[in-house]
Design a protein around this ligand. Structure first.
Ligand SMILES: [Zn+2]
Length: 143
């Protein structure tokens, strides 16, 4: 779970399907981070940009004062500097399922929630919006 409370759960009437694009560096870092926390959950803040229906993740931030357990990971959002490039979070699920839990959806932060599940391969990454709707994930090579 993510310790962020979101009060405004307004839904756009016509929401086009969004796509997440991850760079290879981001994927490699996420895999290393998730493995290093196993069997606990790890959590990172995603930096990126949204252009129309494409959300491009370009960086990762280790949240200050994060907590990690086998079934939860979180961070106090009030410790974060205000930064518009913070576009969501990624956390790991040691369980082997990359579906968001109810807690994950209730504590949604930003535009996208990425979940990487055991055994932490690139194919284990799932992306979800705040309604729990799955988004496509693509890999982009950076030059
Ligand atoms: Zn979770």
């Amino acid at each position: 779970m993510i310790t962020v409370v979101l009060f405004n759960r307004k839904k756009d009437p016509v929401e086009a399907k969004r796509k997440i694009v991850l760079t290879k560096e981001v994927i490699d870092s996420v895999i290393t981070y998730a493995k290093s926390w196993h069997p606990n959950e790890g959590i990172l803040i995603l930096q990126g940009k949204k252009q129309k229906n494409v959300i491009r993740i370009t960086g990762l931030i280790i949240p200050p004062f994060s907590s990690h357990g086998p079934y939860y990971s979180g961070f106090p959002v009030y410790e974060l500097p205000f930064d518009l490039s913070y576009i969501g979070t990624i956390h790991s699920h040691p369980s082997g399922s990359n579906r968001p839990s109810l807690e994950d959806l209730n504590h949604f932060f930003g535009l996208v929630s990425l979940i990487i599940c055991y055994p932490y391969d690139v194919g284990n990454i799932g992306a979800f919006d705040r309604n729990g709707i799955k988004m496509d994930v693509e890999t982009e090579d950076t030059f």
